[in-house]
Design a protein around this ligand. Structure first.
Ligand SMILES: [Zn+2]
Ligand SMILES: [Zn+2]
Length: 171
């Protein structure tokens, strides 16, 4: 969604959605949205600094890092960023500059597309190693069964040779 800076008097509430096609355009992601990302953001302008704050809701399907089964999550994030004109920043290839306690980004021109910022916020809050449950037993490395649904009788894997060597090295 585009914000036109000239149209913001002081503050403005921006309500919108980002569907999965648009979401995927934003970056190289395999996150599967179950419904559009929705947000209700307060946009405030002070001189040429723009502050964007508010809730962002995400429902997505992820793949468990242990058992590889898909599972659904719902995230409720609170976005809080500041945008400053690019000309005020020293030349930097980095998109993101970390302020004291807020994320500071830059913008150019009179219009700001906020979708990339919402996308960034969502991706920052996605679990790095998603688990369907803390107690997920994962896939048996010996027989390949999903141990959550098909218990197997395989013995626990012994320490690998490398592990043994490392252990004697450390001792
Ligand atoms: Zn799992
Ligand atoms: Zn097994």
């Amino acid at each position: 969604m585009l914000i036109r800076l000239s149209e913001i008097e002081d503050t403005q509430v921006l309500k919108g959605e980002m569907d999965s096609a648009r979401f995927r355009q934003m970056g190289d992601t395999d996150v599967k949205l179950l419904k559009p990302v929705s947000y209700e953001l307060m946009v405030a302008k002070y001189d040429d600094t723009v502050a964007i704050d508010g809730p962002v809701r995400v429902a997505a399907s992820l793949e468990c890092g242990r058992c590889l089964e898909g599972f659904d999550i719902e995230l409720s994030l609170v976005m809080s960023i500041k945008l400053v004109p690019r000309t005020k920043l020293p030349d930097s290839p980095e998109l993101e500059l970390h302020g004291e306690d807020l994320d500071v980004y830059y913008y150019e021109g009179e219009e700001i597309d906020i979708d990339p910022f919402v996308y960034e916020e969502v991706m920052l809050n996605m679990p790095v190693r998603p688990l369907c449950s803390e107690a997920c037993k994962g896939i048996c490395p010996r027989c390949g069964k999903n141990r959550n649904t098909e218990p197997c009788d395989c013995p626990e894997a012994p320490l690998s040779l490398l592990g043994e060597k490392l252990k004697s090295f450390l001792n």
